[in-house]
Ligand binder design. Sequence first.
Ligand code: SAM
Ligand code: SF4
Ligand code: SF4
Length: 340
Amino acid sequence: MAPRDTFQRPLDNLRLSVTDRCNLRCSYCMPEESYTWLSRRDLLDFEEIERLVGVFTAVGVTRVRLTGGEPLLRRDVDRLVALLARNEALRDIAMTTNGLLLGECAGALARAGLHRVTISLDTLRRDRFRELTRRDDLARVLDGIEAARAAGFEGTKIDAVVIRGTNEDELADLLAYGREVGAEVRFIEYMDVGGATRWSASDVVPRAEILERIAAVYGAAEPLREESSAPADRYRLSDGTVFGVIASTTEPFCAACDRSRLTADGMWYLCLYAKLGIDLRGPLRTGESTEELLARIERTWSGRADRGAEERLARVLRAPLAERAELERDPHLEMHTRGG
Ligand code: SAM
Ligand code: SF4
Ligand code: SF4
């Protein structure tokens, strides 16, 4: 039985950030010229990750998502997928990727036992992609999405962060593209997370406006009634196309949040906005027994009171989670370190 936190939320979804490195520089995540990176010797190896995931599943976790940074930059990540796929308690093993390397890796990931992929794609226009990510690699992402389909992945999602003055005029095009490639598109509100140092409230396109913009092209979308802890609220257009909106900034969903995050160097974060993490690498490497690790995780989750996005909503003046100097001192605050 999974432990419950102070708001009775169970421990379930675990995001595993397998690297803090990335081959894009999205303006809403990595806008700076230089970064403080995690030390390589601190990175958990695959066997250490497998062991920790085994402890988490013994406590109640049933879903993991590999993320980063860019998870496909972690060498031989398909071997980690294969190790995790042996864990029978995991009913969902997913990955969030920018898709750049999927063309080369999709087949191996599918064979290793990955269940689903989510690919981040904010624009279909080459010039915009280049401006937004500082790399001229849109074609590789689109090839990656095709490769995921060819490898047999089902339930593929395309996640697009919507930013005012950047891509809010492309929502209908992204939906049409998703339909064409058989992927469900989810629109994500721009968040004031660590790393988003250029965030400002005026750049957020709220859910209501996202829906209005889609309705102006396709007609009003019908909300789907679903009971789930998943962050996206889903909608259906009259032609049957289903899409999601993740209103993390204007209408947060902390009340049902069963997610936590493990960084590549073994720090465990109970909330996307948490300033402090729990070191699991130390106890793991000093030989703590499985029972002790299990008790540590249960005890920590039982005391969880985080509801970061809801607390931020209550602020009159809202600003990014951390300033640049703070991020340089502690890279664990970065979205690209703790994993989106
Ligand atoms: N590199 C991979 C990717 O981009 O898919 C995985 C890691 S990335 C941190 C995970 C997700 O976080 C991406 O979908 C990205 O768009 C999202 N993300 C990053 N910064 C964000 C922000 N400031 N607001 C909303 N979503 C953000
Ligand atoms: Fe973009 Fe993902 Fe890399 Fe962040 S981690 S810069 S969202 S590709
Ligand atoms: Fe969960 Fe924290 Fe996000 Fe709220 S802000 S949904 S508690 S991770």
